[in-house]
Design a protein around this ligand. Structure first.
Ligand SMILES: *Cc1c(COP(=O)(O)O)cnc(C)c1O
Ligand SMILES: [Zn+2]
Length: 564
């Protein structure tokens, strides 16, 4: 049946046959087993056959615990894009930044991988009822897949889960049980409920279930395949056929994601497709960071957080149990990495940064990973030349109030008695009230198109400015002559005429001498260079060391004070 899968017990090492129905080791009674395969032959097969298979999760069927490589319940899960984040990468000063866009799964989160492989196995095993506890997204995802497979689902959700998500679970016909207690207590209740159900019902065991872990490892396979094409032109000191990032970063609750992804990268080595492991960074919210506390204290076992303090319900697993111990052990033995925590507010801010800089809108849980990325770049843990992949784990609509408040949407009121003849005049005057006439003028001077686009995006998304661009010093000086500029954002290192000479030219001319100048540079300045800038510019900002709203704050302060 599942002859290509061996189930190995993590406690006693016993190797036996696999079936989705039995989760317990027949030798020691242990509850944690993992799948093993004939990696050498799968590696050869992947190299020969993968290119002809569709780019979705099922292309890796030789290394998945399923019988039918074309399951009927599939909805296009996996095969999500790996997006280069050029603007954010420029903002942070890390050019090789990639986003694995897991929002593009059928229900909008990476849980669809877990649901598709698990529900397929349940269907293959003839199971007709499933019970699970969830912080939201697992329930949404399983609801969709069980609906498609004709399996009844009971979902236990704790009361922190936003009501939008509860309704989304219910729309699929799932029985929703809202539990006013912590997520860990909710899990216990679901397990007790499952005990009382008739034979043939299945309790989802999360990370301790073979299909769930096997599903998550496909993220590693995809990242590796996609990076191999994305980095084809970049220097490579390895002779292995596939490439691996230096960092894999993910927001973490129970830890299924990173444990699965690390298993995936380890398997790629056994298959002979890669030859090293990425470092893993697992990011938690400060109000619920049991893994981060244990890691910083050097402990192999995490102390549970009994009452999580965070608005981000998706990440509110207070007791990671044995998962943390396994994750830590595998990081220490393998590619290393770290655990970091960020505040809810830092995550909310990251939502704005990603939406405005990259056009990618995500839910708060996802954003925790990006807040962690920003923190790690700023602290120097992530180096400039490293290849970084961040998992954008999920997208929820609508944007919750806590992220955006009410002030961001402008109302247009159309006068009630529109003149009969020309209704559009009434509309136009209503619209003109939204957009004031004269914006402050800002010139962006930089020879790198990425850098210009970054600053333009920052200005466009945060306020009302008339924006000009110049791609070298000579153009900048001409522009300043021609237009009424209020502020110039100036790069120093440019061919032909550098930023210092632009300053000299501006100051030498009456019309342009009073333009406020903000220097944004990647260059570490010498004492002599600093002296040349002193008294002539308003602010010096280092590339990679400021976020979008910090630059806008500088500009607005200049404009308010009236330049010079
Ligand atoms: C489940 C979830 C996480 C946390 O993932 P784990 O690997 O289970 O810790 C992060 N982000 C989103 C959107 C999730 O749904
Ligand atoms: Zn055992």
């Amino acid at each position: 049946m599942y002859s290509h899968v061996i189930a190995e017990c993590l406690d006693c090492g016993h190797q036996g046959t696999y079936s989705p129905k039995d989760s317990i080791c027949p030798s020691c009674g242990g509850g944690w087993r993992e799948a093993r395969y004939d990696y050498k032959s799968i590696g050869k097969k992947f190299l020969k056959e993968l290119h002809a298979r569709p780019f979705n999760i099922w292309r890796y069927y030789d290394a998945l615990p399923i019988q039918d490589p074309h399951p009927v319940i599939s909805m296009g899960e996996g095969g999500t894009p790996l997006l280069k984040a050029a603007t954010l990468g420029t903002l942070l000063g890390i050019p090789n930044l990639y986003i694995k866009d897991e929002r593009q799964n059928p229900t909008g989160s990476f849980k669809d991988r877990q649901a598709s492989i698990t529900v397929t196995s349940l269907k293959e095993a003839g199971i007709t009822e499933t019970i699970l506890a969830s912080t939201g997204n697992v329930a949404i995802s399983y609801s969709a897949y069980t609906a498609r497979a004709g399996i009844k689902l009971w979902a236990f959700l704790n009361s922190l889960v936003p009501s939008e998500k509860m309704r989304e679970v219910a729309i699929y016909g799932t029985q929703v049980i809202k539990v006013t207690a912590s997520y860990d207590q909710t899990k216990k209740l679901a397990a007790e409920f499952a005990e009382q159900r008739p034979q043939g019902s299945y309790l989802d065991r999360g990370v301790r279930s073979i299909p769930a872990l096997e599903a998550m490892k496909t993220i590693a396979f995809e990242i590796s395949e996609q990076l191999t094409s994305a980095l084809a032109a970049e220097p490579n000191d390895s002779t292995a056929p596939w490439r691996v990032p230096d960092w894999y970063i993910q927001a973490v609750s129970g830890g299924l994601g990173p444990v699965g992804v690390i298993k995936g990268f380890n398997e790629l080595i056994e298959m002979g497709l890669t030859d090293r492991l990425p470092a893993a960074a697992s990011i938690q919210t400060e109000g619920c960071a049991p893994m981060v506390h244990a890691w910083k204290d050097g402990k192999a076992v995490a102390d549970p957080i009994t009452s999580p303090r965070t608005h981000i319900a998706t990440l509110a697993t207070g007791d990671p149990g044995h998962t943390y111990t396994i994750l830590r052990e595998r990081m220490l033995k393998g590619g290393g990495g770290t655990f970091e925590s960020v505040t809810d507010d830092e995550a909310f801010r990251a939502i704005h940064v990603l939406a405005k800089m990259e056009g990618l809108s995500m839910e708060p849980a996802s954003a925790v990973a990006f807040a962690g990325l920003i923190k790690m770049v700023r602290s120097g843990q992530i180096k400039r030349d490293e290849v970084v992949v961040v998992n954008m784990t999920g997208h929820t609509m609508p944007v919750e109030k806590i992220i955006l408040g009410e002030g961001k949407v402008q109302d247009v009121e159309i006068p009630e008695n529109l003149p009969e003849e020309k209704p559009e005049e009434g509309l136009l005057s209503a619209l003109s009230r939204i957009t004031p006439k004269r914006y402050s003028s800002v010139a962006i001077v930089d020879d790198h198109p990425h850098a210009r686009r970054l600053i333009r995006r920052i200005l466009q998304s945060q306020g009302e400015y008339t924006i000009f661009e110049a791609e070298n010093g000579r153009e900048a000086v001409e522009l300043a002559q021609k237009e009424e500029l209020d502020v110039m954002v100036l790069d120093l290192m440019m061919p032909e005429m550098d930023g210092f000479s632009v300053l000299d030219a501006l100051k030498a001319n009456e019309k342009t001498a009073s333009i406020a100048v903000i220097v944004v540079t990647a260059k570490t300045l010498t004492t002599d260079e600093k002296a040349r800038l002193r008294g002539r510019i308003h602010t010096l900002m280092m590339k990679g060391e400021f976020l979008d709203d910090e630059l806008v704050d500088e500009i607005d302060t200049l404009l308010k004070n009236g330049s010079n």
